[in-house]
Design a protein around this ligand. Structure first.
Ligand code: ADP
Length: 629
């Protein structure tokens, strides 16, 4: 019988499938199972109104079978089946359903992959990725005729009468021979089929059956084995997220989470969301209890699994999560998305954007609740993922700061424990106008900064910023509850009374020439040298003027590609006006300018050490100390 030709666009797609080196060949099984499930759906819906359909809901099934000798894999269903015309129309041309937009003009990338295959199937034809011949035997429900459709690829197909076809459809794949790169035989292995069904089709509503076999010791013998076969159902059918919340135990969630998302610990929080009306979806989300081992590696991909009515269509849909919630694991199942939507289309999908927005809000709300009601858990969460939230405040020009700022926490001088900004502000005495913070490598080092001492001495609390991102985040926020943030190491830190200010100004004026001389001898390393009254015990400290603090300078310089000469905090060397050293300096200005210059360098070095700023030339500093001794 003469072969019929596929329509042109189908032919192109077939070529692509036959020659595909796409790595997700395995999705073909998901596609065949989904088709079978759709066919059963069709018949089932018909049965609701059509008395002649005698099948009950429990009668429906999908069956997978393999024959290793013949190298065949079959997927059988007792759904609606296809007539001769339907076989021709549905399998002779692609995209009958219109859900698939074929882009023939889309060039393959360098590896020959074509993006439209992506993580999405292209239906029935994907079977040609693993099969060199496909046979479809079908009988439309209630019809007296059975038909066989057969094709070995792009050269066409035949449709012949096949009276023994059972009602429904049986798709038989003749699996390709193994090649050096590809071990097609694995699709004939029971364990592989089992795991594929679990991965992609676990929540298909009808049972996916397969005869499975395992060996066990023959009774009464020590080394004789016999094979035990059993008709097993491979899928769990009802997804955990479709069951009533009250029906699912914590243990079930934990097991599901650990298996699906490969974590060895249970999640810190399970979040469920069900939306109806505008968009229809169910979300099951998990907040992990610790940082995933690969979280900071470039292999880590954020995203949620995406299901369309129980069928997984994407393993990691990144558009569903903002970067600052990249630690969230879970899935979204929506009946509004079609199975064959391409990744490209999905990116622009309005529905998906609506879902993403709602999910973001939900996570935010859950975290706020955790902060309010489960402080210990929240602190555990924040220790692991707080940095993400701070990045969230900082990135996108601070667009999300309002929704995230109340989730932030910092350690502070109030006992060294975590505090939220709200708690800090609530504790502020009336006389305090600003929110003070200090930066350093660790809570301990930061708490010992001379400037911190002077602020806490006034009875004001200081936030300890110990992560690189911290100060950038606060600067992006600029204020919280209308209170400005101020780095205690900024020169403008001003805690004095008017009288004290005047006294200080007089002292600075009186010593203007001497201070200018020290500044001159220190060159470009500082912008200004002056006296201060904010220090108690220490002789000197370093502050900065302007936007960029010394800590920010350090962080920015670490960034790849940073221009060290461009990034420079404007440092001010502040000398304690009440320290004996101040007097000594004034004396030296009259008697020994060379020594005065050395003293200036010594004070700068000390101030840097106190402030946790690395010395540019430690050897020179050590020599200088020795010289003065
Ligand atoms: P899609 O599933 O997106 O429509 P496919 O290429 O997978 O695209 O299938 C094309 C059409 O063939 C389906 O729409 C359906 O009408 C028909 N079909 C495929 N498999 C079956 C089956 N097992 N039973 C009945 N009809 C089927």
């Amino acid at each position: 019988m003469a072969k019929k030709q596929f329509r042109t666009e189908s032919k192109k797609l077939l070529d692509m499938m036959v020659n595909s080196i796409y790595t997700h060949k395995e999705i073909f099984l998901r596609e065949l199972i989904s088709n079978a499930s759709d066919a059963i759906d069709k018949l089932y819906f018909r049965s609701l109104t059509d008395q002649s359909v005698s099948l009950k809901k429990d009668d429906y099934f999908i069956r997978i079978a393999v024959d290793k000798t013949a190298r065949t894999l079959t997927v059988t269903d007792n759904g609606c089946g296809m007539s001769k015309d339907e076989l021709e129309n549905n399998l002779g041309t692609i995209a009958k359903s219109g859900s698939f937009e074929f882009k023939a003009d889309k060039p393959a990338d360098s590896e020959g992959n074509i993006d439209i295959i992506g993580q999405f199937g292209v239906g029935f034809y994907s079977a040609f990725m693993v099969a060199d011949e496909i046979t479809v035997d079908s009988r439309a429900y209630g019809s007296g005729e059975g038909w066989r459709w057969q094709s070995s690829g792009a050269d066409g197909y035949t449709v012949t009468e096949f009276p023994s076809a059972e009602p429904g459809t049986k798709v038989t794949l003749h699996i390709k021979p193994d090649t050096e790169e590809e071990h097609y035989s694995e699709y004939l292995e029971e364990y592989r089929i089992r795991s594929l069904v679990k991965k992609y089709s676990d929540y298909i509503r009808y049972p996916i059956k397969m005869l499975t076999s395992h060996e066990h010791l023959k009774e009464g013998t020590e080394d004789e084995y016999e094979t035990h076969t059993e008709d097993a159902i491979l899928n769990s059918m009802v997804p955990i997220w479709k069951r009533a919340q009250s029906e699912v135990s914590e243990e079930e969630y934990n097991r599901f989470y650990r298996e699906k998302f490969f974590d060895y610990e249970p999640p810190l929080k399970v979040v469920r969301q069900k939306a109806e009306g505008g968009s229809n979806y169910e979300a099951l989300l998990f907040i992990p209890s610790h940082i995933p081992y690969d979280f900071y590696s470039k292999d880590y991909e954020k995203g949620l699994q995406l299901y369309s009515s129980g069928v997984m269509i994407m393993e990691k849909c990144k558009d569903l999560l903002p970067d600052y919630f990249s630690f969230v694991k879970g899935l979204v199942d929506s009946s509004d998305l079609s199975l064959n939507i391409s990744r490209e289309l999905l990116q622009h999908d309005r529905q998906l954007k609506v879902i993403a927005k709602a999910i973001e809000k939900k996570i935010n709300g859950e975290l706020s609740k955790m902060l309010a009601n489960e402080r210990d858990n929240y602190e555990k969460f924040f220790a692991a993922f707080g940095n993400q939230l701070k990045w969230g405040v900082y990135s996108d020009y601070g667009m999300n700061k309002d929704s995230l700022q109340d989730l932030l926490m910092f350690k502070s001088s109030d006992g060294g424990k975590y505090t939220t900004l709200r708690e800090y502000v609530d504790r502020m005495p009336e006389s305090q106008k600003k929110i003070y913070y200090a930066c350093g490598d660790s809570v301990l080092k930061t708490s010992m900064l001379p400037q911190v001492e002077s602020v806490t001495a006034k009875g004001f609390e200081v936030l300890y910023l110990t992560d690189d991102i911290d100060e950038f985040a606060l600067q992006m926020m600029h204020t919280y509850a209308e209170k400005e943030f101020l780095n205690v190491c900024k020169e403008e830190l001003d805690l004095s009374t008017d009288e004290e200010k005047e006294a200080l100004k007089a002292e600075n004026d009186r010593n203007a020439e001497m201070l200018a001389f020290i500044k001159e001898s220190l060159g470009e390393s500082v912008k200004k040298v002056c006296f201060t009254d904010k220090l108690k015990n220490h002789a000197a400290c370093l502050s900065s003027e302007g936007e960029l603090s010394a800590g920010m300078e350090r962080v920015l310089k670490k960034m790849p590609g940073a221009d060290g000469n461009q990034i420079k905090a404007e440092l001010v060397l502040e000398i304690n006006k009440d320290h004996p050293v101040a007097e000594k300096l004034a004396l030296l200005y009259g008697s020994d300018k060379e020594k005065l210059a050395d003293y200036g360098r010594l004070l700068l070095g000390q101030a840097k050490l106190l402030g946790g700023i690395p010395l540019e030339d430690p050897a020179a500093f050590a020599d200088l100390v020795a010289k003065l001794m």
